[in-house]
Design a protein around this ligand. Structure first.
Ligand SMILES: Cc1cc2nc3c(=O)[nH]c(=O)nc-3n(C[C@H](O)[C@H](O)[C@H](O)COP(=O)(O)OP(=O)(O)OC[C@H]3O[C@@H](n4cnc5c(N)ncnc54)[C@H](O)[C@@H]3O)c2cc1C
Length: 465
């Protein structure tokens, strides 16, 4: 019988296990997970902080029991401490009683995910040890942050990406004085150009969030908190100033958790396991390993706008990649379609959604790119209500190929990013998107849907009109 070892069981692990057992119900699937839960939706942590979660237990969509019933052998609270890919063995430590055991396998699935980036900054380790600075990744982090948020009057969130921005939004709606710090010049810099994030800055300012953008954190210091007690708070020191609060969160991104295998496999510079279109890893010489697979935050994705291997840690990518492992674990059969890193965020009543490359990123990678931006009401103004959509389309000047798009509005524009994601995936040009059939009905949109309108504006710009 074929034995498969799966290391890690959140999104990629759960989907890989289900897909393997669907295709090979008679195989032995041994799952090692260091936590006692699986499939936690970290995307709900900020909503949990803001008291928008009915029951935190519902933030899990699977359970060890469900996977056991499907046929997996679940080794919960087991941490894999060593992997030998040449010998096809691993060592797992039972975190309940401290015992270690070696396991052999025929096929290995690595779904060890990511860990929050923790830059080497003076005072950070000490302040983390005392609980005044926390990271935000898993269920335990979520519990700690929610618990702490009930006892604080002020908070500093370091990192203005999706994770930090969502946390800052939710803290501020609870009346907690919030400061958002980032070294980059504007919030959500990786996924949005400033022409779109202006609206996010405004939304934060309207909710009294102090934005400290363009300033790198250089130290953390213990401070007197709002209760007046010495050492009950934290000061975050940046290149440009100092900010003091009761508590701070580091949300400066995710890095691949591949320490166990990175010297045995071909990885990108920062440790993401390079996988081919069938999710197979390769050895450091670049030779495909037919029996070693990786998916999710520990692996690379193919970023369609560039066609290159990139690191894009999203649950969406983890699920798509891992869902292919069952079909490919015996023979390479179904290829991964790649990603546009399509993503969204809601800040107060502002919806923002993005797909593909920002102009900023495209200019750093391409020579000949431009962006077209429009702002127009999403539906006719004879309706009793309507609201503007700001949209930007990033495209290649010569070919007209679409590379990315971003949208911001008080209207729900999340599906617009999904629509342009399909266009990028299909290799559409601005002319093709301008001519794509889209519905018109006054409840929903204008006679020319704003996505068509955006592409038409790009065509006009290219034609010099
Ligand atoms: C606050 C937050 C909000 C997010 N919001 C979104 C969102 O809205 N949309 C979106 O698409 N993505 C979002 N993400 C990203 C998303 O959570 C990740 O992309 C996703 O969790 C990746 O899943 P994964 O299974 O690959 O890795 P992980 O979730 O990192 O899971 C890895 C698993 O492996 C286990 N493990 C690791 N090492 C070992 C070992 N040695 N032994 C045993 N077990 C091990 C870990 O305990 C863990 O369970 C968010 C992330 C965070 C932190």
């Amino acid at each position: 019988m074929t034995t498969v070892a799966v290391i890690g069981c959140t999104h990629a692990g759960t989907f890989a296990i289900k897909s393997i057992l669907e295709q090979h119900p008679d195989w032995q699937v041994e799952v090692f997970e260091r936590n006692d839960t699986i499939s936690f939706l970290s995307c709900g942590i900020a909503l949990w902080v803001g008291e928008h979660v009915s029951d935190p237990k519902r933030m899990f969509y699977s359970s060890p029991e469900e996977l056991t019933e499907a046929g997996a052998h679940m080794h919960m609270r087991h941490e894999v401490t060593n992997v030998d890919i040449k010998r096809m063995t691993l060592t797992a430590k039972d975190l309940t009683n401290g015992t270690e055991r070696r396991h052999g396998f025929d096929k290995l699935v690595i779904t060890t995910g990511s860990v929050p980036a923790k830059p080497s900054i003076q005072g950070l380790d000490e302040l983390m040890a005392s609980g005044h600075v926390m990271l935000c990744k898993d269920y335990e982090d979520g519990k700690r942050i929610v618990d702490r948020s009930k006892r604080i009057k002020s908070v500093i969130v370091v990192g203005g990406g999706y994770i930090g921005s969502e946390l800052a939004e939710q803290f501020s709606t609870r009346g907690i004085k919030t400061t958002l710090v980032d070294a980059l010049p504007h919030v959500l810099d990786h996924n949005y150009d400033s022409v779109v994030t202006d609206a996010a800055n405004k939304a934060f300012e309207e909710h009294d969030v102090t934005l400290a953008m363009g300033q790198k954190v250089i130290a953390f210091r213990s401070a007197t908190g709002s209760d007046g007690v010495e050492d009950s708070g934290v000061t975050v020191v940046t290149e440009l100033g100092e900010y003091t609060a009761d508590f701070a969160i580091m949300g400066v991104g995710l890095v691949p958790n591949t320490r166990l295998v990175s010297s045995q496999l071909n990885t990108l510079g920062y440790g993401a396991i390079i996988v081919d279109e069938y999710m197979r890893a390769s050895n450091p010489e670049g030779e495909i390993l037919e029996n070693v697979f990786a998916a999710g935050d520990c692996a690379t994705t193919r970023f369609n706008p560039t066609g290159t291997n990139e690191y894009q840690p999203f649950a969406t990518n983890a699920i798509h990649q891992a869902g292919l492992i069952g079909a490919n674990i015996e023979h390479p059969t179904v290829a991964y379609m790649g990603t546009q890193a399509t993503s969204a965020v809601q800040l107060y009543d502002l919806s923002m959604a993005s797909t593909g490359m920002t102009l900023d990123l495209a200019l750093r990678r391409h020579k000949d790119v431009t962006a077209t931006t429009i702002e127009e009401d999403y539906r006719p103004d004879f309706m009793l209500s309507t609201t503007p959509v700001r949209a930007t389309l990033v495209w290649e000047k010569g070919s007209g190929r679409i590379l990315g798009a971003q949208f911001a509005s008080r209207h729900d524009i999340s599906m617009a990013a999904n629509a342009v994601s399909i266009a990028i995936q299909a290799g559409f040009t601005i002319d093709q998107l301008a001519g794509t059939d889209m519905l018109f009905q006054p409840n929903f949109d204008q006679p020319i849907n704003f996505i068509n309108s955006l592409a038409m504006a790009a065509v006009s710009e290219r034609n010099g009109q």
